[in-house]
Design a protein. Structure first.
Length: 344
């Protein structure tokens, strides 16, 4: 069998990496293009001095058998680890420890460790934002924001969020354009706060890992030092907002958002908490964070034109959904190629 050659994948998040990984392991390498400085998409981490802080997905779990098998391999490779041992719910009765039995994982020593592991050996073109597609002579050309052309490619897989995917695909495939219109993506603000010393909460375990909040701007607070592979003497918190609040405050200045989320956290601390000096902080806006209304296209979408669609917008907003979408679309590409090769 000759190679399933010249495949481009737009987006080097989990979906794009899963697709490229399966194609490569089957002997058919692909080329990935991503606007970021590294692979990972919403599983990225931000450098703060000599440490990193997770600003996208904070953890993930596994339900599907195929994804569970992949998680076990990543665990054996040392790029993910189980976390946390407990959670706290914060409400009118204060901070209540929750006996949570869900097995969650995080990248180790940071969330970006997993996508970087998946990207090993792949052809990933970073800091390359694809702005358009063209098909001048039967094959596809990718056009970046600097006007440079990449290609030719026989097939193009788009794993970008729905609105961004639509901008690329609608002109060339009515079916894919309509599919993208059906994806409803919701935004999310994430802030971080850096204190000079660990927070000591009265009557709360010193190693508390995370706290969930019932309402208001703040949904989740995570202590980065409790995640496997992280260690530092200061306190670094990630503060995730509710999606409704993020949507209503989408265009607010990042500094104002950071202050609002930090104030909500401080105001919810138990009485008598000694708050260390704040060293720094900020906020990051994910305009397309989660898919509230996915397409239920569990194996992605293949178009006769050679274009394809995958990503969490096809299945759901979880890390598992993104991986399964890309992984199974790669399976469909391999199956389709095997049929074409047999007929040829």
């Amino acid at each position: 069998m000759s190679s399933l050659s010249r495949i481009a994948i737009i987006g080097a998040g989990i979906a794009g990496l899963a697709c490229a990984r399966r194609l490569t392991e089957a002997g058919h390498p692909a080329t990935l293009f991503d606007k970021g400085r590294g692979p990972g998409g919403r599983m990225s981490s931000r450098r703060l001095g000599d440490q990193a802080i997770d600003l996208g997905a904070q953890h993930f779990s596994a339900r599907d058998a195929e994804f569970t098998a992949a998680v076990e391999r990543w665990h054996e490779a040392g790029v993910i680890a189980p976390w946390p041992g407990c959670l706290y719910d914060v409400g009118e009765q204060g901070w209540l420890r929750v006996a949570d039995r869900t097995l969650r994982y995080v990248g180790s020593p940071r969330m970006s460790a997993l996508p970087r592991h998946l990207a090993q050996g792949l052809d990933v073109r970073t800091e390359t934002r694809i702005a358009g597609l063209a098909r001048p002579a039967g094959d596809w050309q990718l056009i970046d924001t600097h006007g440079h052309h990449h290609g030719p490619f026989e097939r193009v897989v788009v794993t970008a969020p729905g609105p961004q995917a639509e901008a690329l695909l609608a002109e060339h495939s009515q079916a894919l354009g309509q599919a993208c219109q059906g994806v409803e993506m919701r935004p999310c603000w994430v802030a971080w706060a850096h204190f000079e010393a660990p927070l000591q909460l009265p009557n709360i375990a010193t190693d508390w890992p995370a706290a969930r909040f019932p309402s208001g701007p703040l949904r989740l607070a995570i202590r980065q030092a409790t995640k496997p592979g992280r260690w530092h003497q200061e306190e670094r918190l990630t503060l995730t907002a509710f999606e409704d609040w993020s949507e209503a405050n989408l265009e607010q200045p990042a500094d104002d958002v950071a202050q609002t989320l930090l104030s909500a956290f401080v105001n919810a601390l138990p009485s008598g908490t000694d708050i260390p000096r704040l060293i720094g902080g900020g906020a990051h806006r994910w305009r397309y964070a989660t898919a509230r209304r996915p397409l239920a296209l569990c194996d992605g979408y293949l178009d006769p034109s050679g274009l394809a669609l995958a990503g969490d917008g096809c299945r759901g907003g979880r890390v598992e959904d993104a991986w399964l979408s890309g992984h199974r679309l790669a399976g469909r590409l391999l199956d389709a190629y095997a049929i074409d090769d047999a007929q040829g």
